[in-house]
Design a binder for this molecule. Structure first.
Ligand code: SF4
Ligand code: SF4
Length: 106
């Protein structure tokens, strides 16, 4: 699949339901991320609500993983969400957790 043809994230969302999405606490305020959608991890770090648990699932994720999804706070999403890219190692790990095949970028 060519990433130029379509955005595979729109029918995936696996990385929003696989890992703890944590960031330095002040990032939420700096990006305008609503505090009620975040959880405090420790004195320095916060995370997206719902991601600090055995079966992570971000509270901002709407839709069904592997079908059709969207992020309620896409513009304000924290740095970990911006770093993962379709087709990278983190993506492949997340998709495998949900029984989805890895994405080939070429
Ligand atoms: S796991 Fe990969 S394809 Fe799925 S939403 Fe995350 S970056 Fe996109
Ligand atoms: S904030 Fe948005 S992009 Fe980040 S994990 Fe949650 S749903 Fe996914």
């Amino acid at each position: 699949m060519s990433l130029a043809d379509s955005n595979p994230c729109l029918d995936c969302g696996a990385c929003c339901a696989s890992f703890r999405v944590s960031f330095y606490w002040s990032e939420a305020e700096a990006r305008g991320l609503p505090a009620e959608l975040t959880e405090q991890v420790n004195a320095w770090f916060s995370c997206m609500g719902g991601t600090n648990q055995a079966r992570p699932h971000c509270v901002a994720l709407e839709g069904a993983v592997g079908e059709a999804v969207s992020c309620r706070v896409y513009v304000q999403r924290p740095s970990p969400c911006r770093e993962v890219e379709a087709g990278d190692g983190q993506c492949a790990k997340a998709r495998a957790r949900h029984g989805l095949p890895a994405i080939l970028c070429e």
